[in-house]
Design a protein around this ligand. Structure first.
Ligand code: MRU
Length: 316
């Protein structure tokens, strides 16, 4: 994302890596649409986008309440979205300059938090580690550097000689499309795998740790993240491999006692039945397509934040 001449420029994540197209968002409703359709995605990036969306609303004299309500209704699971909207909502003034300044601050702070997460997390990474990850938690999903991918970036930069397995992440393929795109740009060695390969890699002793991001972390450490994350945590537990969550504290929702209370988004059936607009399932197929699942805190060896590394039992 870039803010230039009062326009929010956004690299369209729906068509990466094959096309690098920058969308020009000029109204808050453009931002609502970009979040809903996942042109921008990843919990921290959604929060930053919503903050800029509110700046666009203030610029066009749209009421704070209307713009906040529409942005809040764009996606339900990532708490960073609501965190950013609340933070802007608490500003004493609803005017373009002050909302824009706060949006820029939210973006800068997210980047700083990610560097800190990277530093803390890299301490858990040994020389020559094979790290398995899911979805995309990198620069695309945040203000920059990334959370789980930020740990990987920092460990790589520290010369730890790491190698990454990135799960494809069906149905939207954020791992295959976006994480691979970022890893290639960074020159970090990796293999992409189909999601179903993870357990056998672990059994073969080829995974030293799993690191995932989070969309919302409840008070007891239960963490919602991309669908498939829970399966990885169960598999990691079975094989005695540490499973880590990396997330900024803006992803914590202490108002929820546990993960059962986290709202889980269900998305369009077409995400599963179609690939690149081509139907692969028979017409009339009924689909259950949750975008996220919840990993219980007791399966999480550590939660890596900008403040440091937390271990179970969690209490946030
Ligand atoms: O549906 P998405 O692509 O927005 O889901 C993203 C994830 O699940 C990420 O792992 C999470 O938001 C953390 S991003 C730093």
């Amino acid at each position: 994302m870039k803010w230039e001449q009062d326009i929010l420029l956004m690299l369209d994540q729906r068509i990466l890596p094959n096309q690098e197209v920058w969308l020009e968002l000029t109204t808050y409703t453009d931002v609502v649409e970009a979040i809903k359709t996942m042109a921008v995605r990843g919990a921290p990036a959604i929060g930053v986008a919503a903050a800029y969306g509110l700046a666009l609303a203030a610029k066009h004299s749209v009421s704070k309440e209307q713009a906040s309500a529409e942005l809040a209704a764009s996606r339900p699971t990532a708490v960073n979205l609501f965190w950013a909207i609340d933070r802007i909502g608490r500003l004493p003034d609803w005017n373009f300059e002050s909302v824009l300044a706060e949006a820029k601050l939210i973006e800068e702070e997210d980047l700083d938090m990610n560097y800190s997460i990277g530093r803390h997390g890299a301490e858990l990474i040994g020389e020559g580690f094979n790290i398995l990850t899911i979805c995309n938690t990198g620069a695309l999903a945040t203000a920059g550097h990334g959370t789980a991918l930020g740990v990987i970036r920092t460990a790589h930069a520290a010369g730890k000689n790491i190698h990454v397995y990135t799960c494809e992440t069906r149905p939207r393929q954020q791992g295959l499309r976006l994480t691979a795109y970022e890893l290639i740009k960074e020159g970090i060695p990796f293999h992409s795998i189909a999601d179903s390969v993870a357990a056998s890699l672990m059994r073969a002793g080829k995974v030293d740790c799993v690191i995932a991001g989070a969309d919302r972390i409840a008070a007891n450490g239960d963490s919602a993240n991309k669908i498939g994350t829970y399966a990885l945590a169960v598999q990691a537990k079975h094989h005695g491999i540490p499973f880590y969550i990396a997330a900024p504290t803006s992803t914590f929702d202490s108002s929820l006692a546990n993960g059962d209370l986290i709202p889980i988004e269900e998305r369009d059936a077409k995400e599963l039945t179609h690939i690149e607009d081509v139907a692969v399932g028979p017409e009339g197929t009924q689909v259950f397509n949750p975008a996220f699942d919840v990993t219980p805190g007791d399966l999480i060896a550590a939660i890596i934040t900008e403040d440091g590394v937390y271990r179970a039992p969690y209490s946030f």
